[in-house]
Write a protein that binds this ligand. Structure first.
Ligand SMILES: NC(=O)c1ccc[n+]([C@@H]2O[C@H](COP(=O)([O-])OP(=O)(O)OC[C@H]3O[C@@H](n4cnc5c(N)ncnc54)[C@H](O)[C@@H]3O)[C@@H](O)[C@H]2O)c1
Ligand SMILES: N[C@@H](CCC(=O)N[C@@H](CSCO)C(=O)NCC(=O)O)C(=O)O
Ligand SMILES: [Zn+2]
Ligand SMILES: [Zn+2]
Length: 377
């Protein structure tokens, strides 16, 4: 019997409370309303932002909720007026929407979209400001407009990218967040030129994708900085040419980098979410032109600081969301690039588990050997 128009009961990992183990529950997923799409999620990866919200450090974190935002699946059904996708399409849910109509989308200056952000920030759908998830009548909040730790999810039509049907969903799910963020931070946000010297703070998936982006942009030196020296072995495969462990030095890390580079780097990227490292990343930039890009997500209440003189003397401080990629327009393009072997994806996948093992997957993520763990739903 067709599930179209029906409530679907399926398995989902529910975060009931801050930091309490996720529980696999039978969840009721309502049919999509006007402008909405219900997706059968086949594979989802875990990103550190899921762990960040689960930890209670996200001011937008709401519980109970269904986390997850790096996934791929197949459209099960669409609501009234949805023309962008249809049942059977292969898709990647996009936490950063792209409506192509709002002030942000039309500005030509940003990839941020204002169409549904007010609803996705408070865990509901735009149409009725309610959730499509419930357990025996109790609503469960959405997360980032995606909630991919569920076998079925409902997203806004402006938050879904249609991709090539032959793309392997167990791999391209990574193109929903971490890899595009790192590549785009280099290509779109910083626009690193050939010959540049680049410093990357934090060599997880996002930092490694920055390294890959810098290498393809023709950077002459790519300095990786991490407090875990084991990261260097893998990092070299992604384009890191030199490695510094701040723990092995007495001087501040910005001074070490300035001394190594005749005055500082052309571009730096903070891929950790640590506000003291954000300061070091800015201050290791070259006077007059060095640009530092904040990629990491810092905890609620944290603030950045530096001497204004750092900016007066020409350093630039910027940030990036999803690497400044326009999601619906450019995620399919990134999938094509992966299919043509122009960008890495498989290399970031260190572990594969099932949805039922999601708590183990989070443990692995905190362990240091894991880049991305992909869950089969
Ligand atoms: N802006 C965006 O659009 C966006 C998108 C995805 C992820 N993020 C954020 O990017 C950050 C990185 O994500 P990830 O998945 O690569 O995380 P990760 O935890 O895998 O990587 C972080 C790395 O930083 C290292 N590290 C920790 N403290 C350090 C320090 N003081 N100095 C040097 N190295 C240190 C760790 O050893 C690790 O290798 C997270 O904060 C995540 O939330 C942002
Ligand atoms: N909810 C947090 C902000 C979290 C945040 O900055 N998210 C990044 C994506 S992290 C993906 O792993 C982002 O793109 N933000 C832009 C946006 O959310 O529109 C808080 O409130 O501090
Ligand atoms: Zn993410
Ligand atoms: Zn928009």
């Amino acid at each position: 019997m067709s599930s179209v128009g029906q409530v679907i009961t399926c398995k989902a990992a529910v975060a009931w409370e801050v930091n309490k183990p996720l529980v696999i529950e039978d969840v009721q997923v309502d049919p999509p309303q006007a402008g909405e799409v219900r997706i059968k999620i086949l594979f989802t990866a875990l990103c550190h932002t899921d762990a960040y919200t689960w930890s209670g450090k996200d001011p937008e974190g709401l519980f109970p909720c269904i986390l997850g935002h790096e996934a791929a699946g197949i459209v099960e059904s669409v609501g009234e007026g949805v023309a962008e996708v249809q049942s059977g399409d292969h898709v990647i849910p996009c936490y950063q929407a792209e409506c192509k109509e709002c002030k942000f989308c039309k500005s030509g200056k940003t990839n941020l979209c204002g169409k549904v952000r007010a609803a996705t920030g408070v865990g509901v759908m735009m149409a009725d400001k309610k959730s499509r998830f419930s357990i025996n009548g109790k609503p469960i909040f959405h997360f980032m407009g995606t909630s991919t730790f569920s076998q079925y999810t409902v997203v806004h039509n402006v938050s879904v990218a249609k991709i090539a049907p032959n793309a392997p969903l167990d791999k391209v799910c990574l193109l929903g967040c971490g890899v595009p963020t790192g590549l785009g931070a280099v290509w779109n946000t910083a626009k690193v030129e050939s010959g540049s010297i680049v410093a990357i703070f934090g060599l997880g998936t996002v930092g490694l994708a920055v390294a890959e982006g810098a290498k393809t942009a023709g950077a002459s030196r790519v300095i990786g900085i991490d407090i875990d020296s084991r990261k260097f072995v893998t990092a070299q495969k992604f384009g890191v040419t030199e490695f510094v462990n701040p723990k092995e030095h007495d001087k501040p890390i910005q001074q070490i980098i300035v001394d190594m580079t005749d005055g500082g780097v052309d571009y730096s990227f903070e891929c950790i979410g640590n506000v003291s490292v954000m300061r070091a990343a800015l201050e290791c930039c070259h006077k007059g032109w060095g640009t530092s890009v904040i990629v990491g997500v810092a905890a609620s209440g944290q603030e950045i600081s530096t001497r204004p003189f750092q900016l007066v003397t020409g350093r630039v401080w910027r940030g990036t969301a999803f690497g400044d990629f326009k999601s619906r327009s450019q995620v399919p393009w990134l999938v094509e690039k992966y299919m043509k072997k122009e960008i890495k994806v498989d290399e970031y996948i260190t572990h594969n588990l099932n949805l039922a093992e999601i708590n183990k997957a989070f443990d692995l993520m905190h362990g240091g050997d894991c880049l991305r763990c992909v869950l089969k739903m």
